[in-house]
Design a protein around this ligand. Structure first.
Ligand code: 4AD
Ligand code: MG
Length: 474
């Protein structure tokens, strides 16, 4: 059957034309007015059942959540709230619902409740808006790299290299309980003949491809078994990792900024309706908060601000000095007080810099080598590495990246200092033996970007089926 989409009707309403629509009932009033939604837009379409047109047996079965195919004529509406509506001539009821039991009633539900109904929450306005924006964001990411000559590569999800140092890994094994219980597990009997895990990042493999294809990027799922139960960490999340040959750290920061601005601009033009809806939702939520905790920018203003302003770039050392001499540090308002150069910045420090001090997105670069991964390029000072983190308001770290160490001897020394087995990463070292070049890359946490664009405050609400410690339902 040739079905129209509600979005098409709103985009170009052909009054007096006959239309077939399939969707789910969001509300049903007075046995006459159906609010139908088909997911193509945040808007419902009103379908009016005039007396005697549809049998009582069908009307009795229509309730919130049931699925229908409606045929009717699009007409100008005389009622308030909509400029056109559908004059129903036929209804095919495909799937009944139960008005008493259907969990998604037309009223406000808490996000906690909706997480338990993740299979149905997509039928709410908020989640359908978030997921449409998520989809557009993914498209805009491919669009940016495609337009800029990058090749999209697929790095493995099961990996035997566990040296990235990005966090705890999930083991992949077909060994039985008894084999695994042994003190020295013999992985030669395992499926792959060696110890394997789910990847925490596609970077190391992406580097190998950059040093042959030039500019590449990955966009895939990554897995981290760290037990951090925060609103910004998921155990399974999607990451975009570009890797560029002949790029130094400045080129890397320039690319990160231009990339982020491109995708935000795309969302501003393509997702206006969903953004406005989410902005309204947030304004209502904010109005419940005390005045001094309210954000001074609305959702759309915040995205526009990010697109239109340069990101502030500061070295770790500068950032550290600002933080150390801040009133927050002096008056012990930070949970972790900063004293000695070299300590890692906590999210409270990052948020202070972004939200209180600079009031703009911030890129911190040249971090102490001790707190960063082995592959980051060592600076002349022997103390810092060419790392960079991009920090966003309300989110904290959204991108982490670096210029990579391309010098064989220095890389090997860093690996041995950090206790990383160079035998296992022989192929990574090979890149520095054969045709090494300066190169750089970064990783953008996709869900954190979706959070920023939608104003959702919990990562569990921007991915269809969140995986977090003690939770892998659905
Ligand atoms: O800073 P990370 O750990 O960097 C890497 O994995 C590098 N290999 C990237 C690269 O240079 N190619 O992670 C990158 C980003 C973070 O900035 C954050 O946005 C996101 O991934 N991220 C998470 N998002 C959700 N849940 C988690 N547990 C995350 N851990 C990192
Ligand atoms: Mg990081």
């Amino acid at each position: 059957m040739n079905l129209s989409k509600v979005k098409e009707i709103y985009d170009s309403p052909l009054i007096e034309s006959e239309i077939n629509l399939g969707g789910w009932v969001r509300a049903f009033r007075a046995n006459k007015f159906i609010e139908l939604n088909d997911g193509s837009t945040i808007k419902n379409i009103q379908c009016v059942i005039n007396d005697g047109i549809i049998g009582e047996d069908i009307i009795k079965r229509i309730s919130v959540g049931c699925s229908l195919i409606i045929t009717g004529i699009l007409v100008n509406s005389i009622g308030k709230g909509q400029s056109f509506e559908i004059n129903v001539s036929n209804i095919k009821l495909l799937g009944d619902s139960d008005p008493e039991e259907y969990p998604i009633q037309p009223k406000k539900h808490s996000f906690e409740f909706l997480r338990e109904q993740s299979h149905l929450r997509i039928r709410t306005s908020t989640f359908s808006s978030v997921m449409r924006i998520r989809s557009k964001l993914a498209f805009s990411i491919h669009d940016y790299f495609n337009k800029n000559g990058f090749n999209y590569i697929h790095t493995p999800i099961i990996t035997s290299s566990d040296a990235e140092g990005a966090g705890e890994m999930f083991k992949v094994t077909t060994l039985g309980k008894e084999d695994l219980a042994k003190k020295d597990v013999d992985y030669s009997d395992d499926f792959f003949g060696k110890k394997t895990s789910l990847t925490v990042s596609g970077q190391l493999e992406a580097e190998t491809y950059a040093l042959g294809l030039g500019n590449v990027y990955t966009f895939g799922p990554t897995f981290r078994a760290e037990n951090s139960n925060t609103s910004r960490h998921a155990s399974e999340f999607w990451m975009i990792e570009p890797e560029m040959a002949f790029y130094d750290l400045n080129d890397n920061m320039d690319l990160a900024e231009s990339f982020v601005k491109h995708i935000l601009k795309y969302i501003l033009t393509e997702c206006e309706e969903d953004l406005s809806f989410l902005e309204e939702r947030l304004l209502k939520e904010e109005s419940q908060k005390p005045q001094n905790e309210r954000s001074n920018l609305s959702l759309i203003e915040k995205i526009k601000f990010t697109v239109n302003n340069e990101f502030t770039r500061v070295s770790y050392t500068e950032a550290f000095e600002i933080l150390k001499s801040s009133n927050y540090n002096k008056k012990k308002k930070f949970k972790y007080l900063l004293d000695n150069w070299g300590s890692d910045l906590q999210s409270e420090h990052e948020r202070f810099l972004v939200e209180k001090h600079f009031k703009s997105p911030v890129i911190i670069y040249d971090y102490p080598s001790k707190i960063k991964a082995f592959y980051m390029r060592l600076n002349e000072d022997d103390k810092t590495v060419r790392a960079m983190d991009v920090l966003f308001p309300g989110i904290g770290e959204i991108i982490g990246g670096s210029q990579r160490e391309e010098r064989l001897d220095i890389l090997k020394k860093r690996m041995s200092d950090m206790g990383i087995d160079d035998k296992e990463l022989w192929w990574y070292i090979d890149l520095r033996k054969y045709g090494t070049v300066p190169h750089s890359g970064f990783g953008l946490g996709f869900e954190r970007m979706v959070m920023f664009c939608t104003g959702m405050s919990n990562i569990r609400d921007v991915i269809p089926y969140p995986r977090t410690p003690k939770n892998a339902s659905f």
